[in-house]
Design a protein around this ligand. Structure first.
Ligand SMILES: Cc1cc2nc3c(=O)[nH]c(=O)nc-3n(C[C@H](O)[C@H](O)[C@H](O)COP(=O)(O)OP(=O)(O)OC[C@H]3O[C@@H](n4cnc5c(N)ncnc54)[C@H](O)[C@@H]3O)c2cc1C
Length: 550
């Protein structure tokens, strides 16, 4: 007998889903970064960065990044016999990523091979890598940042710099003397205070020579599998900086007791820990009582990396959004062809280009160590750039996620991981307010910072009336003493925006610079507002073409 209903459907066709963004060259697709690299003095690294860009966009690299984050590190406190191990175990993908970073000089390249432009080359590589994985960058940054402080101590430098400069990543949990390469970390933050390190309670007691016994704790102690750390502790001469190896020179596990690993919002591939020191052996770095300036120098390099890392996260968020919008249709048209979505995407792309330009400009100031004007600029621009780029990160992440719709919120893709990572660089190594107060400190201690800033901005004057008006107002704001601490965010944001605008006006295509000035400088509803508020007559197509070069 014939059935009286239509035949049942037996197949389900999946369509209108964007493919994963994979197997593309991160550097080739990013002309803003390519141009910034050349402009800031590392054009010679173009081909090298092209190779890295292709590797980083490969399926294999993305899988490692995903595995390292899906299988976070675990703590192995004791061995079978009950002896303390205080060891952290990682997924093999984490080690592969660490080896990749070390092999390509992300942790010490500019120190080991100090060519002109070496910090800019590393900065571009760091930014590209930051698009793919963030947790492994934490020990990488700390290793890079520790070098200037260690270099000034002849004994430490002779023993440790060769292994810091080594391109080998040696994951074995052994005394450093038996390893081919090492990584380093830092410990400042305690339970009762992180920003105000003067509140530290950890104590150092002299053993002999420069050797001390440390008793106390650190509340945040990232990457505890590093081979050594710079820490702060109170010695009789005041707050001092100490070099704390994981193993003592006689081959014993140092008395650094890991209490537990942090359960973090993001940064999940990386181990964050709480530790106690039970008479751990450490060696004084610099003079007693001079711990804060010593460790702050390390902090300055970390802050550069915070700006670079977030510029990378921002770029990857924009890439994900652009890629999705080029493949997903709604209401009969691709998203990228919908006028309102074009505005959102173009606005995100402008933010990414501004972050890239500022981060790479800042990196150049780290290359020109002996140039006075660059040093002054570095002093004020490091906290300003860290503040503003990192402050914009979570907003970019949220908006880019929304471009992907519901898929953006799901852990199958990378957007959720990017978003969860975003707030960290803003908190770590000096939270927002602390960065703004540091800008004020820089201006008070080195008033000529403002001359360096003015010289950076001057070549762009006369190109856009909004820029001219904005910088004139900023100058007045910086000169006025009244309520300066309450206005510190306004001023810091102002400095970052002015330098970003100057760079875009001088070097970016006109539609990008015009959109930036119109939306960020003229005060019409942008500050704190949402993306997608560029003027309706902006050249969206030109901005989008620039952001996603095929
Ligand atoms: C994942 C992760 C990893 C970390 N890794 C490390 C590490 O390896 N080593 C390490 O030492 N630390 C590490 N930290 C700690 C981090 O550096 C601190 O959390 C940070 O410096 C802030 O210190 P706090 O948490 O004690 O906050 P607080 O110092 O209590 O600050 C709280 C808030 O108050 C603001 N504030 C502080 N002072 C002022 C002021 N005078 N005026 C206005 N506002 C102010 C701050 O900006 C912040 O927003 C890590 C943190 C995280 C989240």
């Amino acid at each position: 007998m014939k059935p009286n209903h239509p035949p049942l459907l037996t197949t389900h066709e999946v369509f209108n889903q964007a493919p994963a963004l994979v197997d593309y060259n991160l550097f080739a697709r990013n002309p803003a970064l390519q141009e910034a690299v050349s402009r800031e003095g590392a054009g010679w690294a173009h081909d090298w960065l092209m190779q890295r860009g292709a590797e980083l966009g490969s399926q294999e690299m993305l899988e490692w990044a995903s595995q390292a984050n899906q299988s976070p590190p675990t703590l192995r406190l004791f061995d079978n016999g009950g002896h303390r191990r205080d060891e952290v175990e990682f997924h093999p993908a984490y080690h592969r990523l660490m080896a990749y970073l070390k092999r390509h000089g992300a942790s010490a390249g500019p120190w080991a091979d100090p060519l002109a432009g070496a910090h800019v080359k590393r900065a571009a590589f760091y930014m590209l890598y930051g698009e793919i994985e963030a947790g492994t960058l934490c020990p990488t940054t700390m290793t890079y940042a520790v070098v200037p402080a260690i270099s000034r101590d002849r004994t430490l430098a002779d023993e440790w710099l060769p292994r810091i400069y080594s391109l080998d990543y040696d994951q074995r949990f052994l005394p450093a003397a038996r390893k081919s390469g090492v990584t380093l970390g830092m410990g400042l933050t305690e339970k009762q205070g992180g920003s105000d390190v003067r509140a530290n309670t950890t104590r150092a007691e002299l053993v002999a020579g420069r050797e001390y016994s440390i008793v106390g704790h650190k509340w945040f102690f990232s990457a505890p599998m590093c081979d050594a750390f710079l820490i702060l502790a109170h010695s009789p001469g005041g707050l001092s900086c100490f070099f704390l190896p994981r193993w003592t020179p006689d081959g014993r596990l140092n008395d650094i007791r890991i209490q537990r690993l942090k359960d973090k919002l993001g940064d999940r591939s990386n181990a964050g820990s709480e530790v106690e020191f039970w008479g751990a052996r450490a060696w004084l770095v610099g003079e007693e009582g001079r711990g804060v300036p010593t460790i702050l120098e390390m902090g300055t390099y970390c802050r550069l990396d915070c700006a670079l890392g977030t510029a990378g996260l921002v770029r990857q968020s924009v890439s994900q959004a652009l890629h999705h919008a080029r493949h997903r249709a709604a209401f009969g048209k691709l998203l990228i062809d919908q006028p309102l979505m074009k505005n959102v995407l173009a606005d995100l792309a402008v933010e990414s280009e501004a972050a890239t330009a500022l981060a790479l400009r800042l990196a150049r100031a780290f290359d020109a160590q002996s140039d006075e004007a660059e040093s002054l600029l570095r002093r004020v621009l490091t906290p300003a750039a860290k503040y503003w780029i990192c402050k914009r990160g979570p907003a970019v992440g949220a908006e880019a996620m929304e471009v992907l719709g519901g898929n953006g919120f799901i852990e199958d893709g990378v957007m959720a991981r990017l978003y969860r990572q975003m707030p960290l660089n803003s908190i770590w190594e000096g939270s927002g307010n602390v960065m703004c107060l540091d800008v004020l400190r820089a201006m008070a201690k080195h008033p000529r910072c403002l001359e360096a800033l003015a010289a950076e901005i001057a070549p762009a004057l006369g190109r856009d009336r909004r820029f001219d008006a904005y910088t004139a107002k900023l100058k007045d704001g910086l000169a006025a003493a009244e309520h300066i601490e309450s206005r510190a965010r306004q001023l810091t944001q102002g400095i970052a925006l002015a330098v970003q605008a100057a760079l875009l006006l001088r070097f970016a295509p006109e539609p990008v610079a015009a959109a930036f000035c119109a939306s960020r400088l003229d005060g019409t509803g942008y500050a704190g507002g949402s993306f997608g508020n560029l003027p309706g007559d902006s050249d969206f197509d030109a901005i989008l073409k620039r952001a996603w070069t095929a």
